[in-house]
Ligand binder design. Structure first.
Ligand code: SF4
Length: 75
């Protein structure tokens, strides 16, 4: 998974979902403090670095990233 290309802000899906590499930098009103890819149920990577997201097949997102589809991990 570490070899998957990183999603960039220019990626069409990233734009559609308001994805940012750094959740602390988003100005999206849907972002809640503390929400990041690392605690999203669609993320399957480690707590740091990059990992796969079910919404970006074939790519990897930043553990510190965020998008409007964020959904907290169960548990
Ligand atoms: Fe990150 Fe979750 Fe959005 Fe995927 S769906 S980019 S893991 S916040």
């Amino acid at each position: 998974a570490a070899d998957l290309p990183h999603v960039t802000d220019a990626d069409p899906t990233a734009k559609a979902l308001g994805y940012v590499e750094d959740a602390s930098k988003t100005t999206n009103p849907k972002h809640k403090a503390g929400d990041a890819c690392a605690n999203c149920q669609f993320y399957s990577g480690g707590p740091t670095g990059y990992g796969p997201c079910a919404l970006f097949p074939g790519k990897s997102v930043n553990a510190k990233g965020w998008c409007v589809s964020h959904s907290p991990k169960a548990g």
